[in-house]
Design a protein around this ligand. Structure first.
Ligand SMILES: Cc1cc2nc3c(=O)[nH]c(=O)nc-3n(C[C@H](O)[C@H](O)[C@H](O)COP(=O)(O)OP(=O)(O)OC[C@H]3O[C@@H](n4cnc5c(N)ncnc54)[C@H](O)[C@@H]3O)c2cc1C
Length: 495
């Protein structure tokens, strides 16, 4: 895949040419369209910067287009409400601050985006990057649909080191990708330029979106999993969570992150950034720059945080990009598949159906608490996610079923679900991806094992169960009072 021939302020390694148009970009006449998918923000967005940059070079205007799929990957009110409320703010900001129009389409992107490109006679389509197969397939199709003269550029605006630059292959573990990423950080971990309104004005009619109506519809259709109210959507809220003076992670909560991040009774010790990172409402690169700036005061905390935010997160993207079977047993390494199959018919102490698991009706009160934390609060603590998925392996008929159930539940209830981190988290827990072999035991084979007694040694299990019991009635009350979710706007972690 080639880098673009036209110079740009965005590093060429960050951009892939998915399609070279027949008309050279410097001779372009039609506008530039940025099809925004994963990086839903105005600030610190390399894809948007590239689109504006190219438009200025060709002396043409630029517009942003967003396509709302029908319940993409099973998204419910929880995820769609958060996303659309963020987009509503984004449309306002992008139109008023950057003077770039924002168009919203609904349906299949393979139709709406080429139609729009055609309608406005665009010369260049810019997209951001995701490794998820549905969108990669859609991009292939869009490249075929658009006119010969149109170029298509993909910009990795999500990873600090562009995925295809960090590594050209499927990496085995954090150890194998860490040195590659660290070597490239001085080149890619740079400050963002200030984005100015483009030189050329958009002349086509702008679109007015009835956001409130749209939000009402998605909340009704996805009401089975209602919105959460502790996490305000949007770029401004994301910045508050990162470094707000009241409850910001770097400003007030990061102390002891390296020690407390594995204690489910201390959820505020975690950054709480995953919803914002997932929907691209904040740039990971910006978070890294901010975290680095306080490293002198908090060296251990910052180092451990960056290991998660950069190495683990970008390793997850690497897996989903280079492993076509990123969400099935076929994606596991040979040793893991073999050991799991060797133990597939081992007798299970308990066997639960998906419905029993979904309702949190197992014999293990700790597991039930984690499941209910996810269902009602919308974000299970990171430590519990590992225990939770491993128990599903222990209690279902075979590893493929365990994987399917864990992904189904994760995607349905987590506010940060439907993410490469989620697929890799389930694959790590159940199939040993990015992990090593451990002492062999029933059902798990050589896959790392976790149990109740181990959790009891690590943290106050009863305290966690009681904490989750405390959040369930609040959530049920809200659902009863407001089934369609006319959301209250409590600020994040305010309580
Ligand atoms: C079974 C399972 C399922 C998971 N599902 C998801 C999911 O759907 N979406 C999701 O974003 N993460 C998922 N994770 C990874 C991790 O648990 C969450 O990213 C984390 O708990 C989010 O909370 P935080 O942002 O407050 O975490 P912090 O500890 O503050 O981490 C900061 C950021 O680092 C990244 N990060 C942290 N841990 C990991 C990890 N293990 N792998 C990759 N990146 C990481 C995330 O982007 C996170 O937002 C899953 C892990 C497991 C074991």
């Amino acid at each position: 895949m080639a880098s673009p021939s036209v110079s740009t302020t965005v590093q060429s390694g960050r951009i892939r040419v998915l399609k070279e148009g027949s008309r050279p970009l410097d001779k372009a006449q039609g506008p530039v369209i940025y099809w925004m998918f994963r990086d839903q923000r105005l600030k610190d967005n390399w894809a948007l910067i590239h689109a504006v940059d190219q438009a200025n070079k060709a002396k043409v205007p630029v517009a942003v287009a967003f396509n709302l799929f029908n319940q993409f990957l099973g998204a419910k009110a929880r995820q769609l409400g958060f996303m659309l409320r963020g987009l509503k703010q984004l449309q306002h900001e992008i139109e008023h601050k950057l003077h770039v129009p924002f168009y919203l389409f609904q349906g299949e992107a393979t139709q709406t985006i080429p139609n729009f490109v055609d309608e406005c006679g665009a010369s260049l389509l810019v997209t951001d990057f995701t490794p998820l197969r549905q969108i990669r397939k859609a991009k292939e199709e869009i490249c075929k649909q658009v006119n010969d003269s149109v170029s298509v550029h993909e910009v990795d605006a999500h990873n600090v080191v562009p995925l295809w630059v960090a590594s050209e292959k499927l990496e085995y573990s954090a150890k194998t990708i860490r040195s590659k990423i660290n070597k490239l950080l001085p080149e890619y971990l740079i400050d963002f330029p200030v984005l100015q309104p483009p030189n050329e004005k958009w002349v086509m009619e702008k679109q007015s979106v009835n956001w409130d109506n749209l939000i009402e519809v998605v909340l009704r259709e996805g009401a089975e999993v209602p919105e959460i109210e502790w996490c305000d959507p949007g770029e401004k809220a994301a910045m508050e969570v990162l470094k707000g003076s009241k409850n910001g992670f770097l400003t007030t909560r990061m102390k002891n992150y390296h020690r407390d991040r594995n204690n489910p009774l201390k959820p505020k010790s975690l950054s709480g950034l995953s919803p914002y990172l997932h929907f691209g409402q904040i740039s990971a690169q910006h978070c890294v720059l901010e975290a680095r700036s306080i490293r002198k005061s908090y060296p251990q905390e910052v180092d451990v945080f960056l290991e998660e935010l950069v190495i683990r997160r970008e390793l997850a993207d690497n897996f989903c990009f280079y492993q076509p079977y990123y969400d099935s047993m076929r994606g596991a390494w040979e040793w893991a598949r073999k050991t799991l199959m060797d133990h597939a018919s081992d007798k299970r102490e308990h066997l639960y159906r998906r419905e029993q698991l979904e309702k949190g009706k197992t014999a293990d009160p700790l597991w039930n608490a984690s499941q209910l934390e996810m269902v009602h609060y919308g974000k299970m603590h990171g430590f519990m996610r590992m225990y939770w998925a491993k128990k599903i392996l222990e209690w279902t008929n075979d590893p493929e079923e365990a994987l399917a159930i864990s992904i189904y539940l994760n995607d349905k209830y987590q506010i940060d679900g439907r993410d490469p981190n989620g697929y890799v988290g389930c694959m790590w827990s159940i199939c040993g991806v990015h992990d090593q072999g451990w002492r062999e035991r029933p059902v798990f084979g050589k896959i790392r094992y976790m149990n109740f007694a181990g959790c009891k040694r690590k943290f106050d299990v009863d305290g966690y169960i009681a904490y989750v019991k405390g959040i369930i009635p609040q959530s049920k009350k809200r659902k009863a009072e407001d089934p369609c979710g006319t959301k209250a706007n409590d600020s994040y972690l305010a309580s």
